[in-house]
Design a protein around this ligand. Structure first.
Ligand SMILES: Nc1ncnc2c1ncn2[C@@H]1O[C@H](COP(=O)(O)OP(=O)(O)OP(=O)(O)O)[C@@H](O)[C@H]1O
Ligand SMILES: [Mg+2]
Length: 208
C-alpha cells in the first residue's frame, strides 16, 4: 500500500501515481489506484482514456479510507493512493492505510519549505506506525542545472531519505495525461519511461 502525498498542490502526486501504477501493472502486478483527492484528478484521467484500462481507479476522498480500503485491497498486489493537497484528515487516513509514503517535491526552495507540513504529519504518524516507510521523490528536475542537487541537499535536513531515482521536467507527462494515457503509450521508448521504471524498481527494493 503506497500513498503519494504532499500537502502542497501541483507537485506531481497524480502524475507520479498514475505512472507508477502503470509501471507496476506492466511488471505484472495487480494494481488498484485509489483517488483520495476530492478534485478527482486520477478519476478524470481514467475517464479521458479511450483504450483498455491497465488498472481500476476508485474514488475514496474520505477520512475513513483506511477503514474501507483493506477489504477492497485484498484482491490486489499493490494499491496506490493519490493524495489530496491540503486536506489533512484524508492525508492522515492515507498514511494510516499505507506501508510506504512517497512525497513528490519539485526542485525549488518553496517546495522544500512546504514539505515541512507533510514531514510533521508523518512524524506524528510514526508514533503509532513505527515501521512506516517514507521517501522524497524529486519531480520536474531540469536537466543540466544544479537545482536538483541543491534540493536533494536541502531535503537532507528532514529525517526522510530522498530516492536516487528522480523524474525530469517533460512536457510528455502533461501531453499523455490529456488522453488518459501515460508516457509509455504516447511515446514508447522515451527517456521518461526509464525514469519511471527506475523509480518503480527502487521502490521495489525498499521491500514489503
Ligand atoms: N515531470 C513532469 N514534467 C512536466 N510536467 C509535469 C511533471 N509532473 C507533473 N507535471 C504537470 O504539473 C501539473 C501538476 O501535476 P499533478 O496534477 O500531477 O500534481 P498534483 O500534486 O497531483 O496536484 P494537486 O495537488 O492539485 O493534486 C500537471 O499539469 C502535470 O501535467
Ligand atoms: Mg493531484
Amino acid at each position: 500500500m503506497i500513498a503519494v502525498l504532499n500537502q502542497k498542490g501541483g507537485v506531481g502526486k497524480t502524475t507520479l501515481t498514475v505512472h507508477l501504477a502503470t509501471a507496476l501493472a506492466r511488471r505484472g502486478e495487480k494494481v488498484l489506484l485509489i483517488d483520495a483527492d476530492p478534485q478527482g484528478s486520477a478519476l478524470d484521467w481514467a475517464a479521458a482514456r479511450r483504450g483498455t484500462p491497465l488498472f481500476p481507479v476508485a474514488g475514496m476522498p474520505k477520512a475513513g479510507l483506511h477503514k474501507e480500503l483493506p477489504a477492497l485491497a485484498a484482491d490486489y498486489s499493490t494499491v496506490l493512493i493519490d493524495g489530496p493537497p491540503r486536506v489533512y484528515d484524508v492525508a492522515r487516513s492515507a498514511i494510516m492505510a499505507s506501508d510506504l509514503v512517497l512525497i513528490p517535491v519539485q526542485p525549488s526552495p518553496y517546495d522544500v519549505w512546504a514539505a515541512k507540513e507533510i514531514v510533521d504529519l508523518l512524524h506524528e504518524a510514526t508514533v503509532y506506525k513505527p515501521n512506516l516507510k517514507m521517501a522524497f521523490v524529486i519531480n520536474r528536475k531540469i536537466a543540466n542545472t544544479a537545482i536538483g542537487r541543491d534540493v536533494a541537499e536541502a531535503l537532507a535536513e528532514y529525517p526522510i531519505p530522498v530516492l536516487v531515482a528522480s523524474v525530469a521536467q517533460r512536457v510528455l507527462f502533461a501531453e499523455s495525461a490529456t488522453q488518459g494515457m501515460t508516457v509509455y503509450e504516447l511515446s514508447p521508448g522515451n527517456p521518461a519511461e526509464k525514469e519511471i521504471d527506475a523509480l518503480a524498481a527502487e521502490i521495489g527494493e525498499l521491500g514489503p
